[in-house]
Write a protein that binds this ligand. Structure first.
Ligand SMILES: Cc1cc2nc3c(=O)[nH]c(=O)nc-3n(C[C@H](O)[C@H](O)[C@H](O)COP(=O)(O)OP(=O)(O)OC[C@H]3O[C@@H](n4cnc5c(N)ncnc54)[C@H](O)[C@@H]3O)c2cc1C
Length: 323
């Protein structure tokens, strides 16, 4: 019997696992992926507040040394200066999601949290004392709590019967990572909306194109070439695409974040368009908020210069008290 089973080892699940481990709560992660690899770059970095919470746990530097700092915060396509923010992290950090997950994963391993990789949570049954969690390999885990950190299509949320309320997509964007020899870097606008080409890891480019209408299906290189030609007048010789996908502005939130012994966090609890660069950041902060409570107490973990002390030890009290 574990105290907590976390479904999903993305950024939210990893952060929650670290928080619980620091609090001495027996936790296990069940993660569908076998090797932790992401199918695309997705999030591009960490915001000030996320860096602050990582700093409180003493690990912000691990991320900062691998990324690039920028003393600005995007707001409605404008870049606002934040160098005078009263925080040690008065900047955003450019770092792709794959690197963020790798660093979080390494920390979670150091903290000794087991990760059952290559397995899915398929369903659960809860009673007064705990939750039986059914896994895809036919086995089951028993825990006091199950937390669904399993992304926007959350199996846990669906199995719990929690509604995902909000608004349907009105706009679709094509996103790709591929090579272009002389890319027209930057943003371009036309009547469809905004399009952008920027750098990606390994000398590749990240391409985001506003689509006309709401196409469905998995896009391929042909769709990407056609869309580039529609915006730039040619397909720019695009090749070696390692990721072609779509995202939309669908915005939804779980009607409840907790039902009995089952909780939701991160994309499992809320999805919104990624343009503001908030999804991963919100998920990491969900995990910290779920686990810890601000308290004026002595604590060995670092805090922000101006901040309240956050003590992971209080998680133990809170999680155990609520059993
Ligand atoms: C194109 C794009 C750009 C983005 N840019 C940004 C950005 O700049 N900044 C930002 O903050 N956010 C950004 N986001 C959003 C960000 O990627 C997500 O908000 C973030 O990944 C959510 O983390 P999560 O851990 O909650 O969910 P996920 O990352 O979806 O992780 C869920 C995990 O659960 C696993 N899983 C799923 N189902 C099961 C199951 N049944 N059992 C076990 N495991 C399961 C999955 O394999 C996955 O590892 C972007 C997203 C996209 C698509």
């Amino acid at each position: 019997m574990h105290e907590v089973v976390i479904a999903g080892g993305g950024p939210t699940g990893l952060m929650l696992a670290a928080e619980l481990a620091l609090a001495g709560v027996d936790t296990v992660i069940v993660e569908r992926r076998t090797d932790g690899a992401l199918d695309g770059s997705r999030a591009g970095g960490l915001l000030s507040r996320t860096l602050e919470v990582l700093d409180m746990r003493g690990v912000a530097e691990r991320f900062v040394r691998e990324g690039t700092t920028h003393p600005v915060q995007g707001f409605a396509t404008m870049m606002l200066p934040i160098a005078d923010f009263p925080t040690r992290h008065n900047h955003i950090l450019g770092l792709w999601q794959g690197h963020i997950e790798r660093i979080l994963g390494q920390w979670v391993r150091e903290l000794g949290v087991p990760v059952l990789a290559g397995r899915e949570v398929r369903g659960f049954a809860q009673d007064h004392d705990g939750v039986d969690v059914a896994l895809s390999d036919g086995t089951a885990l028993r825990a006091a709590y199950l937390v669904g950190c399993d992304g926007g299509r959350s199996t846990v949320r669906r199995a719990a019967g929690i509604a995902f309320e909000g608004v349907d997509a009105t706009t679709s964007w094509l996103i790709a990572e591929a090579r272009i020899d002389e890319p027209p870097l930057g943003v371009r606008w036309d009547e469809a909306g905004m399009h952008a080409i920027g750098p990606a890891d390994g000398g590749a480019n990240r391409i985001v194109l506003t689509e006309r209408g709401l196409p469905s299906g998995t896009p391929d290189i042909g769709v990407l070439r056609e869309a580039l030609a529609g915006v730039y007048g040619s397909d720019l010789g695009v090749r070696e695409a390692t990721w072609i996908s779509r995202f939309t502005d669908m915005t939804r939130q779980a009607a409840e974040y907790r039902r009995g012994r089952v909780l939701l966090a991160g994309d499992a609890a809320h999805v919104h368009p990624p343009h503001g660069g908030q999804g991963l950041n919100t998920g990491v902060q969900d995990a910290v908020n779920l686990c810890a409570a601000p308290r004026p107490r002595r604590c060995s973990t670092p805090t922000t210069r101006n901040g309240t002390r956050w003590a992971p030890a209080c998680c133990t009290t809170r999680w155990r008290r609520s059993r």
